[in-house]
Design a binder for this molecule. Structure first.
Ligand SMILES: C[S@@+](CC[C@H](N)C(=O)[O-])C[C@H]1O[C@@H](n2cnc3c(N)ncnc32)[C@H](O)[C@@H]1O
Length: 326
């Protein structure tokens, strides 16, 4: 068996970058923390548990769509694809695509969570021994380069962005991300994007505040990470997880709410919290199919096809670079 797993390209955000983002977020009048920092090793483990929860319909539903329409998606992508996955996580969904694709040439998983990425890449290398796998640990909102392709330049590069992770961006950020992904992937490239759909608020509320408290633990783990890595003094039992639907902005929000008036130190800096004051930790924007297709068009993509489940909970879009060749 050839070893096709390449060396990790390591652009993991540094402790200093994490610290700067945390301090900047907590200095604001309305405190917030960037959700990308949820994903240390424990955060990734908790996210994988969320994916298995009965209330968390997105993973189950997207996998069902990918399984059911794998043939159609593969036909839309065509043979010899080089796949670049943004926020690859446990690498479960890519397996469904890889099994259906004709002669995929390479797979580039990109994720901010280094250990989780390494474990997922090496497990995939065992199951797909003929696929070149080139993992990149990076923040995909910042510039990075794709590894040089062995031999000829691939002319079928495909971005894969499942999990409705695109919903963590505001629509403006999502447009900017799609545009920069299109430039990174190159002329004639495509993207397969998983997008959670607008739905009944009660279904969303349960999905983001499960009965077993796993989402609460995932949210609170960010404070534990700050304590460990940045010498923070958050008392985890003095903050409570809150999920709420923001109708005006079409998104689920996660917050950590202070149970009492308290002061928290991070290194030498002190942050005062009022009772019930919240730290905003995550947004999950929900789209209609037409809204997402408009966003993709504004980012220079032409929608090719979209697949959904019978209950219209989730959608998987195939979009193609529509900008004129240079
Ligand atoms: C919502 S999870 C989705 C995981 C997986 N793609 C799925 O569909 O189940 C988001 C994933 O993206 C990664 N991630 C989040 N923000 C990121 C960023 N700015 N840069 C790189 N990876 C990021 C996380 O580590 C995590 O694996």
């Amino acid at each position: 068996m050839t070893n096709t797993l390449q060396k990790l390209q390591d652009l993991e955000p540094s402790r200093e970058e994490f610290q700067a983002a945390v301090l900047a977020g907590l200095r604001q009048a309305e405190k917030s923390l960037p959700c990308k920092f949820f994903y240390d090793a424990e955060g990734s483990r908790l996210f994988d548990r969320i994916c298995e929860l009965p209330e968390y319909y997105p993973t189950r539903t997207e996998c069902r769509i990918l399984r059911e329409y794998a043939g159609g998606i593969a036909a839309g992508i065509g043979p010899g694809a080089r796949l670049v996955e943004f926020g690859s996580g446990a690498g479960v969904k890519i397996r469904l695509l890889l099994s259906a694709l004709k002669k995929p040439t390479a797979y580039v998983p990109v994720d901010i969570s280094r250990l989780h990425l390494l474990a997922a890449a090496s497990s995939l290398a065992k199951d797909f021994p003929h696929l070149a796998i080139a993992p990149i640990c990076a923040d995909y909102t910042l510039p990075f380069e794709l590894p040089p392709h062995a031999g000829t330049q691939p002319d079928n590069t495909v971005g894969f962005f499942p999990g409705s992770t695109i919903g963590n961006f505001t629509p403006q950020e999502a447009r900017a991300f799609l545009e920069s992904a299109r430039r990174l992937l190159g002329p004639g490239s495509s993207m397969v994007v998983g997008v959670d759909l607008r739905k009944d608020e009660a279904v969303l509320q349960r999905a983001y505040d499960d009965a077993a408290g796993v989402t609460a633990a995932f949210n609170l783990n960010l404070l534990r990470r700050i304590n460990r890595e940045l010498m923070g003094t958050f008392k985890l039992d003095q903050f409570v997880h809150r999920a709420r639907w923001n109708d005006a902005l079409g998104r689920m929000e996660m917050h950590l709410v202070s149970r009492c008036a308290q002061t928290v130190e991070i290194g030498r800096e002190r942050f005062a919290f009022r009772k019930d004051e919240a730290i905003h930790t995550e947004n999950s924007h929900k789209y209609t199919i037409a809204q997402f297709q408009d966003l993709a068009r504004e980012a220079g993509y032409a929608p090719q096809n979209v697949w959904t489940d019978p209950d219209n909970l989730f959608s998987v879009h195939l979009v193609k670079d529509a900008t004129p060749a240079a």
